[in-house]
Design a protein around this ligand. Structure first.
Ligand code: SAM
Length: 240
């Protein structure tokens, strides 16, 4: 059927490409992607030959126009390098315009690193706030942590390994005592999700410099780790 198909792809383990994703990627007339080499490899692995069209929300509108024109006649798939398109990845403008023009938009759901990390973290999942990538500059990063840290929700951020220690230092400065989890290499061979105080995680990742992609998860206010509680003051109050 004609339309724009938002197709999630694996974030590491190729076994996570769904049967429905495979069927759509095979049947569509073209696949819009961030990087034709990355998507080319995935499709090659799946035994699919497809027309690949590089798409980026920020590029001039002509590629978008072409994709939308195609989607009125046939099925066009949108994928990103990994995970769910539009989630810290291109696609928002394409979906918005497709909807405005009455073109069918269909989701073919699958992995997203933020959900995988949240479910592994052991932190509350009933209410969470996804903050996208933490800013690179320290002042901006601290501002975001200050603003979102006041919200009663678990916070989820995307991060890169070279910036992890700086991000942990900013968390300790702005949100002292919060329990944190670092999820790395999700669905891959060396998947890990390590949680604890910022001091514990900083110690660990100073002696074991992290590699690969990272999701940072921060406990909501009031979920402070016991390190942060003034045990003496609590005991005094109890005894008084
Ligand atoms: N759209 C993707 C999704 O749905 O997860 C996210 C794309 S964003 C450009 C890339 C970021 O996602 C990485 O910097 C990292 O924070 C996170 N990420 C993606 N794959 C990951 C993995 N296998 N393990 C940990 N984090 C991952």
């Amino acid at each position: 059927y004609p339309g724009l198909y938002i197709v999630a792809t694996p974030i590491g383990n190729l076994g996570d490409l769904s049967a429905r994703a495979l069927a759509v990627l095979k049947a569509c007339v073209a696949v819009a992607c961030e990087d034709t080499r990355v998507t080319g490899k995935l499709l090659h692995h799946a035994g699919i030959k497809q027309r690949l069209i590089r798409y980026d929300d920020h590029a001039d509108g002509s590629v978008r126009e072409r994709l939308l024109a195609m989607a009125t006649q046939e099925a066009v798939a949108l994928v990103s390098d990994a995970g769910t398109p539009l989630i810290s990845d291109p696609g928002y403008k394409l979906v918005r315009e497709a909807r405005e023009r009455g073109i069918a938009v269909v989701s073919v759901p699958g992995p997203s690193a933020l959900i995988v990390a949240l479910t592994l973290s052991g932190l509350p999942t009933d209410r969470f706030l996804f903050g996208g990538f933490l800013p690179v500059k320290d002042k901006a990063r601290r501002d975001v942590l200050g603003e979102l840290g006041a919200v009663r929700a678990t916070l989820v951020f995307y991060e890169t390994s070279p910036r992890l220690l700086d991000a942990l230092a900013a968390i300790e400065a702005v949100l002292p005592g919060r329990e944190v989890a670092v999820a790395r290499e999700l669905t891959k061979k060396f998947e890990e999700c390590r949680s604890g105080s910022v001091a514990e995680l900083t110690d660990h990742y100073t002696s074991h410099p992290p590699k690969g992609e990272i999701v940072l998860i921060i406990a909501p206010p009031g979920e402070a780790s016991t390190d942060d509680l003034d045990i003496d003051a609590l005991l005094q109050a109890e005894l008084a």
